[in-house]
Design a protein around this ligand. Structure first.
Ligand code: GLN
Ligand code: ZN
Length: 759
């Protein structure tokens, strides 16, 4: 059986590409060096696939920033104002990604959106009647030739027209642009054929989302045309199953069809139910491209056996479920991780080895007798035996949960009355989301502490000094509800993971989040359990330094789960409940220590929402319940806040209500009115702090601007429910701009309050 890789991580095993791009942005290296070094990276990545005998290796999966943006450049799908900059193509590309600033001109960067249900973000092209599509073949052809020069015949990868148009920001109907775009796709395929390309992988992940009938019809029209170019097209899908389009896809004579058999297990059912097209090769996505566990060969072979009943073996190619972009590069760089953990994991490079091994196993007549197979079964079995990672008491607790464990005793109406009497805050209370600027000094001291250069006592007294300063600052500015600043944490998920049982951390497990930004998600390896307090020490210290109310600051279960690699041997719901029980213990201990306002951030509640609408209810049900589990036991007088990082929640507003948090702060500065309308129309009746300024920008809004924003909010929503706050944590901002902005925010609030009192 042959093997296939949909795409390989491009950032490099030591994040070389990130460093190159950042150095190029800083003018520390020339364009020549950037091009030269990135070529070496590509070659290294191709070679490691070749060494593992991969038969179908991709090219054009490399990107300096994002492959969706590459597609926009490939077809000239970007606006005139960038073209008029008259930069060369690479700098135009970076301008689209980062924005452009000169003395005369300032152009905004393209917006970014999450790529399906991953933590990767793509740049959203803007397409309108003025867009002049044109082919820029340089990148795709030169990468093919580069690989050919080292003896590797690759399949170039492109994003298909349906996905490209449906995910772009389109003025009008996307179908109207096909007339111009399709001939360019045809020309591209023909030109690729001319330079010796045999196969092209054309990605249409949009097929795993709910499509309208007319979309499916459009799909058919598109591919009837493109297949006419006579190049071998591999239609690739990932992140789910393609139900709506399955029969249409089969009726077209694709050279290959790639289906995800990990997230899209239902795909096998479709194969079984509707059969297969004998002319088409099945690219079976059996190795997870999204998670980091060693594959269970017995499971993989089980799936293949089902498929083999319908499709003959010579028509099956083994591969990954999606691009390996979403997993770290290699375990080889994990020096500190013990062998017993490492052997349970597989990053991108190890997944190549898995494919090689599976190929070998399948060549043996009696698979079960293959030593590689036997070894795999043995290793997989060992996971559950690792000590201190599995806790029966936690799972017993979960199985005994009752409805009342998810409910606060008193209704919001009763609670808020008690809370208002107790806290006696002014109308339009002011607060912040939690973190204050993390300066270089703080990062330096933290890293010295982690390396053992300074002692724990020294580190703690430094953090305490910072907390006292930030408390003094907030009092001087006149904020009503204070925070401790989050100086003790590097990251809102990692910090909690480090203080809970069940988590593993890597040294180099970096995954691209967008452009040159990477994240290093923790691994939820076993049962999550809290054995000692996490934030209580810091929150009580901060509380003792002020007479004002100090918010306790926690990360919620869904955010911790969504920003980690998760187990696959128990359900997501069970993982979420385990984390929720741990956070609940922290909430209760904070309460016992007189922290009367507790914020539980669910920054990422929406991130892993299922792509198919029919699967969403189930996810939202347990996600909401997990949140409620964290605070169901607190007194009516304890005020629970939550914070969310996105404003796109029109479709999940009912679930947001169900969270039953007393106060919610939301990121809304970019799309304020729309979000307010959603709250208004849904009769959102709890307290809400629609972020009043965009913390992603350096800009300091004036008092006047703040006043206008506050007025537009109280025009829409009942003023006694409103909180005034920035739209997210201030961690990434400079100190100076933060102080000015908060001062203006508080001044504006006070002036508006005055008017109320007069009125
Ligand atoms: N409390 C966190 C902070 O202020 C929330 C961050 C977030 O929403 N991403 O940094
Ligand atoms: Zn946020």
């Amino acid at each position: 059986m042959k093997t296939n890789i949909i795409g390989y991580p491009r950032i490099g095993e030591k994040r070389e590409l990130k460093k190159l791009i950042e150095n190029y942005f800083k003018n520390d290296i020339s364009k020549e060096i950037l091009l030269e070094e990135s070529k070496s990276l590509r070659i290294a990545h191709w070679n490691s696939q070749k060494e593992n005998g991969i038969d179908y290796i991709s090219s054009n999966d490399f990107s300096f920033y994002d492959t969706f943006l590459d597609t926009a450049i490939l077809f000239g799908a970007y606006s005139k104002e960038y073209k008029e900059l008259e930069l060369d193509l690479l700098d135009t590309y970076f301008a689209l990604a980062k924005g452009f600033q000169s003395n005369e001109k300032s152009i905004k960067a393209l917006p970014m959106k999450k790529w399906f249900n991953t933590n990767y973000h793509y740049l959203v092209p803007e397409i309108n009647e003025e867009t002049i599509f044109e082919l820029n073949l340089d990148k795709i052809t030169s990468e093919f030739i580069e690989a050919k020069n080292i003896g590797i015949i690759t399949k170039p990868v492109i994003i298909g027209p349906l996905t490209f148009l449906k995910l772009s920001n389109i003025k009008g109907d996307y179908k109207d642009y096909l007339k111009k775009l399709l001939p360019l796709y045809e020309e591209l395929l023909t030109k690729l054929k001319d330079i010796g390309v045999e196969f092209v992988q054309i990605d249409e992940p949009i097929l795993v989302t709910d499509l309208k009938e007319e979309d499916v019809r459009t799909f058919k029209n598109i591919y009837s045309k493109l297949l006419g170019t006579n190049i071998k097209l591999i239609l690739q899908t990932y992140f789910g199953h393609i139900e709506d389009a399955y029969n249409e896809v089969l009726s077209l004579d694709f050279y290959g069809l790639g289906l995800d058999l990990v997230e899209g297990v239902k795909n096998i059912e479709f194969v079984e139910k509707y059969g297969w097209n004998d002319n088409t090769i099945f690219f079976a996505g059996v190795i997870s491209g999204k998670n980091i566990w060693k594959s269970n060969y017995a499971e993989v072979l089980g799936k293949l056996n089902r498929v083999k009943k319908i499709i003959s073996e010579d028509k099956i190619v083994l591969g990954t479920s999606c691009s390996l972009l979403h997993v770290p590069y290699s375990l080889e760089n994990e020096i500190k991780l013990e062998e017993k953990f490492k052997e349970q994991l597989a990053f991108a490079k190890e997944k190549l080895i898995e494919l090689k091994e599976l190929k070998e196993i399948l060549e043996v007549n009696n698979v079960q007798s293959s030593s590689l197979y036997v070894k795999n079964i043995g290793v997989i079995r060992k996971k559950i035996e690792i000590e201190d990672f599995y806790f029966k008491d936690i799972n017993d607790k979960i199985s005994k949960l009752k409805e009342e464990d998810f409910e606060r005793k008193e209704s919001f109406k009763e609670r808020i009355k008690i809370q208002n009497e107790k806290f006696n805050l002014p109308i339009l209370p002011t607060t912040t989301i939690g973190s204050f600027p993390q300066t270089n000094e703080i990062r330096r001291i933290r890293s010295q502490y982690k390396k053992g250069i300074i002692s724990e006592t020294e580190y703690e007294s430094f953090i305490k000094k910072k907390m006292e300063e930030v408390i003094q600052l907030q009092e001087n500015i006149g904020l009503d509800v204070l925070v401790h600043g989050e100086f003790e944490r590097n990251d809102m998920v990692e910090y909690f993971g480090e203080h809970l049982k069940g988590f593993l951390f890597t040294e180099n497990g970096w995954v691209q989040s967008y452009g040159h930004r990477c994240v290093k998600p923790p691994i939820i390896f076993g049962d999550v359990k809290r054995e000692s307090s996490i934030t209580v020490k810091w929150s009580t210290f901060a509380n003792s330094k002020t007479k004002k109310y100090m918010k306790g600051m926690l990360t919620g279960p869904i955010t911790i789960q969504n920003w980690s690699f998760v187990r696959e041997d128990i359900s997501l719901k069970e993982i979420a409940y385990q984390i929720a029980l741990a956070i609940a213990e922290e909430v209760e201990e904070l309460e016992r220590n007189n922290i009367e306002i507790i914020q539980i951030d669910e920054a990422a509640l929406r991130e892993k929402i299922p792509l198919r609408v029919s699967e969403r209810k189930d996810y939202l049900d347990w996600a909401v319940k997990a949140f409620r589990l964290t605070n169901s036991k607190v007194k009516a007088s304890t005020q629970i806040h939550t914070h969310m990082c996105y404003s796109e929640f029109k479709d999940i507003i009912e679930s947001i209500k169900e969270l039953d948090a007393d106060v919610i702060t939301i990121e809304s500065a970019k799309s304020d009115l729309e979000m307010l309308d959603v709250l208004k129309c849904s009769c959102y009746d709890k307290e809400v702090g629609p972020g009043i300024y965009d913390i992603h920008s350096h800009r300091v809004p004036s008092v006047e601007e703040f006043k206008n924003n506050i007025l537009s909010i109280i025009n829409k929503l009942p003023d006694n429910n409103i909180w005034i706050n920035p739209d997210c944590g201030l961690k990434t901002r400079g100190e100076y701009e933060t102080i000015l902005s908060l001062k203006n925010m508080v001044t504006a609030t006070k002036e508006i309050r005055e008017k109320f009192i007069k009125a």
